[in-house]
Design a protein around this ligand. Structure first.
Ligand SMILES: Cc1cc2nc3c(=O)[nH]c(=O)nc-3n(C[C@H](O)[C@H](O)[C@H](O)COP(=O)(O)OP(=O)(O)OC[C@H]3O[C@@H](n4cnc5c(N)ncnc54)[C@H](O)[C@@H]3O)c2cc1C
Ligand code: FES
Length: 275
């Protein structure tokens, strides 16, 4: 577990459309470099409030990419506007301030840490859940881990990040409406891949909507393939204090997703549920 750092003010350095999503970047001069799978709690410095004037809680965002920049680190996030917090973050202008807490939570493991025979990785992303897989892909490439990437999107409005976060990558693509890659679910591509000879030597890493994650979990469990899932849960604090993010464990009891996750081995949970 990574201990929460003090909240610090960072400056927006870029904010641009990326398909139906937005990529926005912050210059973090004081924080450590994050690992793939970790997340940050973000709140705009100004106008972070509902119409009635009550400030929001910060919002959790996975780090989608990170690189050293001028003594600090440049953090990239992939955002989908689904409510007031993400809408405000999507509307930030270059030079505006964002309160940042992180990096928080745990990171994805190496394939051999998940299963001794797993030398390679299959990354499976759905929708805005492709975000943490971009940094994971970059880290695995730097370490020479053979990696295959499968990404799926609902429709044109709910897709993005490909050119900005996955440029020069070979990717298997699927979309529900057929606008990109094969018509169907990304889990159809995974099922076909897991039938192949390489499947036994790969570990699966997935992030996306709960039904997709549950399909990946069940598929990997049925085939004895190790997997890690980056889950979501409503998060109020992000560092273990509020218990708002509790997720039931297969063995009984609960984990706090913000400190024991968000990355969870598939066999630790009985099912990926959603409200
Ligand atoms: C670890 C983690 C990483 C995340 N990474 C990203 C990211 O990289 N990019 C991104 O765009 N979003 C990400 N999210 C999701 C984002 O934090 C939430 O959607 C956030 O609540 C949006 O705030 P809002 O004020 O815009 O909308 P809200 O008003 O909070 O919610 C809008 C709608 O989404 C539903 N909702 C909100 N949060 C959740 C949740 N956690 N689970 C299920 N339904 C929910 C609400 O019921 C409502 O229908 C992440 C969440 C977590 C926990
Ligand atoms: S978000 Fe508060 S304990 Fe996890």
């Amino acid at each position: 577990m990574t201990a929460p750092l003090g909240r610090r003010l960072c400056e927006v350095t870029e904010n641009r459309a990326s398909g139906g999503y937005r990529v926005f970047s912050l210059r973090d001069e004081r924080g450590p470099a994050p690992e793939a799978g970790q997340f940050y709690m973000l709140a705009a410095e100004r106008r972070w409030e509902e119409r009635g004037g009550r400030p929001f809680l910060p919002r959790a965002l996975s780090v989608a990419d990170a690189e050293p920049a001028g003594g600090g680190v440049r953090l990239n996030f992939l955002l989908e506007a689904v409510g007031p917090g993400t809408e405000r973050l999507c509307g930030l202008e270059v030079g505006e301030g964002v309160w940042v807490n992180g990096p928080l939570g745990n990171a994805f493991s190496e394939p051999r840490e998940l299963a001794p025979g797993a030398a390679g990785a299959i990354l499976v992303g759905g929708g805005i859940g492709v975000a943490p897989l971009a940094l994971l892909r970059r880290r695995f490439a730097a370490r020479g881990v053979p990696t295959q990437i499968l990404l799926g999107f609902r429709d044109r409005a709910h897709s993005g990040g490909l050119d900005d976060l996955f440029s020069n990558c070979q990717i298997g693509l699927a979309s529900d409406d057929g606008h990109l890659g094969e018509r169907g679910y990304v889990t159809d591509l995974l099922a076909a891949m897991l039938e192949g000879d390489d499947a036994a030597s790969a570990a699966v890493y997935a992030c996306g909507p709960p039904p997709m994650l549950e399909a990946v979990r069940a598929m990997c469990a049925a085939r004895g393939v190790a997997c890690e899932l980056a889950l979501e849960s409503p998060m109020a604090c992000g560092f273990g204090a509020c218990f708002g993010c509790a997720v039931p464990l297969a063995e009984g009891g609960y984990m706090r997703l913000c400190v024991d996750g968000p990355v969870v081995a598939g066999d630790r949970i009985a099912e990926v549920t959603h409200a």
